[in-house]
Design a protein around this ligand. Sequence first.
Ligand code: ZN
Length: 290
Amino acid sequence: MHFMKRIALLSIAAFTANAEPIKVLLVDGQNNHNWAQTSPEIKAILEEGGLCKVDVSTAPDNKAGDDKWAAWRPKFGDYQVVVSNYNGKLWPDEVRDAFEKYVADGGGFVPIHAANNSFPEWLAYNRMIGVGGWGGRSEKSGPYLRLRDNKWTLDTTPGRGGSHGKKHEYVMNSQNAQHPIMAGLPAKWLHTSDELYDRLRGPAQGVTVLASATSTKESGGSGEEEPLLMTIAYEKGRVFHTALGHDLVSVKCVGFATTLRRGTEWAATGKVTTPVPAEFPTETAIKARP
Ligand code: ZN
């Protein structure tokens, strides 16, 4: 077991040793989740084997004065992809304009979990994430994505946007084995204990659902197949959206880590070179990072 693990780690290192690390900006600083605990793990996941070089931009907290906000101007253009672990106060106009331009011009964007709760009032952001939850989201925010006859369809039924049942382990169902992020992953794998976001809604334009999970009524969910990994085409930009990752336990799942690495690489470059590790979870066994 130890030996196999070493081989897997060595192969990741060898695979990426020749490439320049992808330049990543991780944005955090406000969240109704423990961002201070998950951000270092997200950074470690992305930097493993030299895949990425991650800088962190921590936004001011809610007690900060206007001077702190005036000084917070992330240089999105210096990076190939922006990863968001942020759910909080609306960014200043200047930062929002810069971010919209950055993604529209071809920058990558990776919203993680509650980042899709952020900014219900910011239309361009909601187009980037495709669908989101909470913050008063409703039918006015856009449709639900619903799997009907094996096709993802837009459902405009009125109702809340965003909910989840109790935390539990659940099986992820690949919905697109051909997509570079998904190629080589098993058709089903067990995700570690996490929230299973349901009833997300939004503009839902240009969305490709990569993986979903069944949200059972017994767990307090919607009774629907819920999209949890997706890509969104926004102008020239590529977005990889993962609704997984509630806490440190969820983020330490090898399935979360692998899809985050591959999705971030794809959002940055349009390609995926990150191999699927030997310890990737199976349908019945979760695997945690050390
Ligand atoms: Zn959560």
